[in-house]
Design a protein around this ligand. Structure first.
Ligand code: AMP
Length: 284
């Protein structure tokens, strides 16, 4: 497995394997089972699999945890090697944002709601870094987790609008056995706070069951989700029942929905969602 640090080397890697199909998994490192499922799929479905490890400063707000974000490159490289990645691209910040860098990719309304509303500028940073990475790695397919559903939709929209030659594939959320969606930030949680955090996935599951029993009123679904998720130790930021394509809040019964929430547990910001009435693979 190659570990490349410069844009020039990564471009040369692509040029040297021009006829191979490349599956690409962009990450911020601190790799866990969620990332592993994406990397394993990239390995399975392509001639070559490339993983990027880059904690992207432009997607963090000034009050967010960029400096404190967990970093463990030796463990990450060992995981990539074990999973069968061909190349890891781990550039420095200066390499992706050279002196004078000022160009930004501004996604449309898809980025304005939910996480975009809670984290101003976040998706501009995400769209910008991914556009750079796609231009360097030139993958055939890039894999993204459902856990960050809005990110998946933003990237699908940016790839479509900018006419990028990459297919964006969504992969299901990987959960711990107790139901908690795996996240690099879970390592900030004490055992007690982890128990509090379980209310989130349980509330989503219960709301999904309410949907399965036939409830379609978005206000009732939201109310149920909010009541169950707001347990002790959980500071709910939002609950949402939205159109899974546009992410507009539903104001009338629909036949598909993204049910999602964001909350703080002891200062750690957690997000999770379930998709109902449409399969991840069916997203346009
Ligand atoms: P991150 O390193 O947090 O930027 O995540 C890199 C990729 O892994 C993104 O596409 C995430 O959606 C995905 N990912 C993170 N956690 C999970 C999870 N629990 N299950 C599936 N995919 C995940």
């Amino acid at each position: 497995m190659k570990v490349l640090r410069s844009v020039a080397e990564a471009r040369a890697f692509r040029t040297a394997s021009a006829t191979a199909s490349i599956g690409f998994v962009p990450t911020m490192g601190a790799l866990h089972e969620g990332h592993a499922s994406l990397i394993a799929r990239a390995v399975r479905e392509n001639d070559l699999a490339v993983v990027s490890i880059f904690v992207n400063p432009t997607q963090f707000g000034p009050q967010e945890d960029f400096g404190a974000y967990p970093r463990d490159e030796p463990a990450d490289l060992a995981a990539c090697e074990r999973l069968g990645a061909t190349m890891v691209f781990a550039p420095t910040v200066d390499e992706l944002y050279p002196a004078g860098d000022a160009t930004r990719v501004q996604p449309g309304p898809i980025a304005a709601r939910l996480e975009g509303a809670a984290r101003p500028g976040h998706f501009v940073g995400v769209a910008t870094v991914l556009t750079k990475l796609f231009a360097i790695v030139r993958p055939d397919v890039a894999y993204f987790g459902q856990k960050d559903f809005q990110q998946l939709r933003v990237v699908q929209t940016v790839a479509r609008d900018l006419r990028l030659a990459v297919r964006i594939a969504g992969c299901p959320t990987v959960r711990d056995p107790d139901g908690l969606a795996i996240s690099s930030r879970n390592r900030y949680l004490s055992a007690e706070h982890r128990r509090s955090a379980l209310a989130l996935s349980r509330a989503l599951r219960a709301t999904e069951e309410m949907w399965s029993r036939g409830e379609r009123d978005p206000a009732k679904l939201r109310e149920h989700l909010k009541r169950l998720a707001a347990g002790p130790g959980v500071g709910l930021e939002y609950v949402s029942v939205a159109d899974p394509l546009t992410l507009d809040e539903l104001d009338r019964p629909a036949d598909r929905a993204l049910i999602s929430l964001a909350a703080r547990v002891d200062g750690t910001r957690l997000i999770d969602n379930v998709l109902v009435g449409i399969a991840l693979e069916a997203l346009p």
